[in-house]
Design a protein around this ligand. Structure first.
Ligand code: TXA
Ligand code: MG
Length: 332
């Protein structure tokens, strides 16, 4: 494994010989840890079944849980998915950016069945962060990339997180510093008549509904064997500690995930504390959420208690992740 540190604001990394080596590694079927604006991805050539099988093996990810394919542009994405007027409107409004569209798979798309888990739909995203777009364009391949963490565990928002979870499985980890948004993309399902919010994420529901001119439907109730967005298994993002939500008081021995200016009762009892945003800013809270969970988990506390977080805007995605972190575990 080679760590390649780049300054995302200095475009010279594109000319580095390491950039060429990373592309060769991807074309040879290897895995690469790649920064995006949301979380780090574990990337592979989406047209190479062996490479994609290695993603599932490295993460310990169930095979029924399909992957997002990343492209450099809407034009490139249209080779793999069927874009109706709604999909075009959303792509034009939010790409490049933290939005994933689930659309019917285009006839002739070489994205392999392992990536779509055999579905006739495909999840496509054009990320804002330049590295994934560069790699997709330079290799000429869609890049399948789930979040670069062990399946069911806390997502990776730094290169160190990736190396800790998956260092043995990757040829390179590209280090561009912490992810600015810090929470995964919003996933909108456009395969049926009604647009569906499959996963709240880095773009707030309200912004998407404004572009669509209608509300997003809720994803169907989850079933572990055939979830509508299978990554939405109830237990996910799980630390080793148990997670207690909506805490207004800290019990002795607990670690505290705080939010806002007002500490909960018993704050002095916390064995470790991270405040997601002392000013109560939801974007700041999203950006620090996963690293905060990892840090509090490392304190060894048996329980992490979480102060209430408002549900509007990015709060919907933050509370979604926290509910899943708190859910009973089913061994994945
Ligand atoms: O921000 C992100 O989306 C990050 C970065 C790396 O791009 N990726 C990410 O991937 O979060 P992952 O694998 O952790 O989550 C992908 C989600 C899963 O919930 C999966 O079930 C859903 O996308 N998905 C993929 N293809 C789908 C499809 N055809 N239909 C419904 N859901 C799909
Ligand atoms: Mg994930």
């Amino acid at each position: 494994m080679q760590r390649w540190s780049i300054d995302p604001n200095d475009p010279n990394w594109r000319q580095s010989p390491v950039a060429a080596a990373v592309c060769e590694a991807l074309l040879a079927g290897n895995l690469v840890g790649v920064p995006t604006e949301t979380v780090y991805g574990l990337a592979a050539d989406a047209t190479n079944g062996r490479a994609c099988a290695a993603i599932y093996a490295a993460k310990g990810r169930p095979r029924f849980n399909p992957l997002i394919s990343h492209l450099e542009s809407l034009d490139a994405a249209r080779r793999h998915g069927v874009f109706d007027a709604r999909a075009h409107a959303l792509a034009q409004a939010f790409w490049p950016g933290p939005l994933t569209l689930v659309v019917p798979k285009a006839a002739g798309s070489p994205i392999c069945d392992l990536v779509t888990a055999g579905l006739d739909t495909v999840a496509l995203r054009v990320p804002a962060a330049p590295v994934m777009r560069f790699l997709a364009e330079r290799t000429g391949r869609p890049l399948a990339a789930p979040s670069a963490n062990l399946s069911g565990r806390i997502s990776a928002t730094t290169a160190d997180d990736v190396i800790r979870d998956l260092g043995d499985a990757v040829a390179f980890v590209i280090d561009a510093g912490p992810c600015p948004i810090g929470i995964e993309s919003t996933i909108v399902g456009l395969a049926g008549a009604e647009p569906v919010l499959l996963r709240p994420g880095g773009i707030a529901r309200e912004a998407i509904e404004r572009v669509l001119g209608r509300p997003l439907a809720a994803a169907q109730t989850e079933q572990a064997d055939a979830p509508q967005a299978p990554g939405m298994l109830t237990s996910h993002y799980a630390p080793n500690a148990t997670v207690r939500l909506a805490a207004t008081e800290v019990a002795s021995g607990e670690a505290l995930l705080a939010f806002g200016p007002t500490p909960p009762a018993g704050v002095e009892r916390a064995v470790a504390t991270v405040n997601l945003s002392p000013t109560g800013d939801l974007a700041e809270a999203a950006a620090t959420l996963f690293s905060a969970l990892r840090r509090l988990d490392a304190s060894g506390a048996a329980t992490i208690c979480v102060q209430p977080i408002p549900d509007g805007g990015l709060g919907e995605a933050i509370n979604d992740r926290l509910r899943r972190a708190a859910a009973p575990r089913h061994g994945c």
